[in-house]
Structures are given as structure tokens and as C-alpha cells.
Design a protein around this ligand. Structure first.
Ligand SMILES: [Zn+2]
Length: 321
């Protein structure tokens, strides 16, 4: 077996940890997962990460000297150069963790880092809906809205590495409060958290909607999956909520398009499940707010990699130039 043939990917999420082994081209060969169990503390999570790395080497019957590089996808903020994770909000009590140093000490291999949104953008660029494009923006579309901007095939990081916070562009200065403390951010208008809030408010005003019944009468279950199910069954209120959320999404995308001129927007998580319920009104708003009418409208599609995006993201980080 030739040495340095493989790439090891490690994906650190708030609920699950994953490790993947790929060949030098990024083809996944093995993968393994375990729950993060973040409340058990940073040492427990770190032990879990190292365990997964060792486990996958055993599975593949190779040693760490056969690995060219480790790619790590982790929650931000992370310094992609030093591999220090700075008090990740999803991993309470972590403080600042020099993960690159820890991994290099354990495996003796160079490690590359990126935050999960950039890693997911790289994954779609190399293996998913972004294959064949050079300029794209990926939006995470889950509880919050994160982003990864790829220009000429490389992540655009900005001066301090903090570019890509597409969810915190202000659309409505007097709009609903965002998790960041400002009002009317795109994230406060069409993220998963925002959709759940909107559904709960609207169902109170429109008790005739089928959504509360679909949620088993439990207001806390009024969330995007119920909104998708109700809209697919023709529920008027659900369709209206998607229309408005899509309008805000498309408005935000048009702002990005006016500044970055990408070929394609790729949307993850909720957009994958909602599909055209979300994308069709967003495309209309994108068309409405775009400035340059003489160029093709950027494509707007949902992500392709689904549940394996974490693994592919970590491998894509290892492959990134
Ligand atoms: Zn915000």
C-alpha cells in the first residue's frame, strides 16, 4: 500500500462527531460516527474525536503514516491557520481549544481547519451541486443561517477570516429580534428558528390552519417539518408563510448577488427538505431585487450532499488549496 495515500476527515458537530477516510481524490472509503455528548465536557468530546480517528484507521487497516492530511470541520469561531477553536457556542464550557496541536500530537500528521459553513461550501463545491462552478455561495439554512463564499474556487475569508456571515445582513431594521442582538437580520426572518417563531405566532391568529393538528396539538412541535407537510397538503397559511420567508431569502440573495456576482447559490438543510416551496418564491424575489438585468440570474438550488455533508466537508477541507 503506497504511503500518504489517504485523507482523514473529522467533523465536529454539536450533536454528532464523525470521522471519514477518503482516497487522495476525496472518494469516501470508510466513515464512523458517535454522539458528541457536549454536556459531558471538553475532555470527553476530545477523547471521542481521538477515538474516532483511531477507530477509522483500524477499520481501514492502515496506520497514521498512510495519511497525508487531516481535514477538520468544526463550529466557528475557529482560526483556520492555528486550528484553535474559540469557545464554540455549541460546545458549552470548551474555552479555547488548540485542536490542531492535539491532533498533530496524537497522529503526527498535518491538520487543516475550517468552520462548518466554509467546510460545507467546499463539500458542495467539490462533490455536490457546485461541481463545475467557480463562484458560488453556500447557505446553511438551519437554526441559523451561515454562509461560505467561494470565489475562483477558493473560500473568501476577508481580512480577519470572518467573511460569509450572510445571515446577519439587515433587511428590516425594525423587524424581529435576531440572536445577534440586532433586528431584522435575514436570519431573524427565514432561518429554522425564525420559521418556528412565525408559525407559532400565525397559528394563534389562524386557528383554522391544519398545522396545530399536524403538530399533535403541541405548540412546541410547530416547526419547519410541520410547515412543509402542511404546505404540501395545500394549507393556505403554510403556503403564505413559505411565500414570505422565500421573499426575504431571495431579497438577501439578491444583495449578495449584487455584490459578488456568483454563478450559483446552494442552500442546505431546510431548503433541501422544503425544495421549491422555499426556492420558488426566493427565485422571484432574487429576480425582483437584482440590479444588473443584463446578466443571467444566478442559479438557486438545494444542496446535494444531505446527511453526509459533514464528512464530505472535512475531507474537502483536507483537499482545499
Ligand atoms: Zn443577526
Amino acid at each position: 500500500m503506497p504511503a500518504k495515500k489517504y485523507l482523514l476527515g473529522i467533523d465536529i458537530g454539536g450533536t454528532k462527531l464523525a470521522a471519514a477516510l477518503a482516497d487522495g481524490e476525496g472518494q469516501l472509503l470508510h466513515k464512523t460516527r458517535r454522539p458528541t455528548e457536549a454536556p459531558k465536557g471538553s475532555q470527553h468530546v476530545l477523547d471521542g474525536i481521538l477515538h474516532l480517528g483511531r477507530e477509522i484507521l483500524t477499520q481501514a487497516n492502515i496506520s497514521s503514516s498512510d495519511i497525508a492530511c487531516i481535514g477538520v470541520s468544526c463550529p466557528g469561531p475557529v482560526d483556520y491557520k492555528t486550528g484553535i477553536m474559540y469557545t464554540p457556542p455549541n460546545l458549552p464550557g470548551w474555552g479555547d481549544v488548540p485542536l490542531k496541536e492535539i491532533l498533530q500530537k496524537e497522529f503526527g500528521i498535518p491538520a487543516k481547519f475550517d468552520n462548518d459553513a466554509n467546510a460545507a461550501a467546499l463539500a458542495e463545491y467539490k462533490f455536490g451541486a457546485g461541481v463545475g462552478y467557480k463562484n458560488m455561495v453556500y447557505l446553511t439554512m438551519s437554526t441559523g443561517i451561515g454562509g461560505g463564499i467561494i470565489i475562483d474556487g477558493r473560500i473568501y475569508r476577508g481580512t480577519h477570516g470572518s467573511a460569509g456571515e450572510v445571515g446577519h445582513q439587515t433587511l428590516l431594521p425594525d423587524g424581529p429580534l435576531c440572536g445577534c442582538g440586532k433586528r431584522g437580520c435575514m436570519e431573524a426572518l427565514c432561518s429554522g428558528t425564525a420559521l418556528s417563531r412565525i408559525i407559532r405566532e400565525e397559528v394563534k391568529r389562524h386557528p383554522e390552519s391544519s398545522m396545530l393538528k399536524l403538530a399533535g396539538g403541541k405548540a412546541e412541535k410547530l416547526a419547519p417539518p410541520v410547515l412543509i407537510e402542511a404546505a404540501k397538503a395545500g394549507d393556505e397559511l403554510a403556503l403564505q408563510i413559505w411565500e414570505e420567508a422565500g421573499y426575504h431569502l431571495g431579497w438577501g440573495l439578491a444583495n449578495l448577488a449584487n455584490i459578488l456576482d456568483p454563478e450559483i447559490f446552494i442552500l442546505g438543510t431546510i431548503a433541501i427538505k422544503a425544495g421549491e416551496l422555499f426556492l420558488a418564491p426566493a427565485r422571484k424575489a432574487l429576480d425582483k431585487f437584482i440590479f444588473n438585468r443584463h446578466i443571467p440570474l444566478p442559479e438557486l438550488v438545494s444542496a446535494k450532499l444531505g446527511d453526509e455533508i459533514g464528512e464530505y466537508g472535512a475531507i474537502a477541507v483536507a483537499l482545499a488549496t
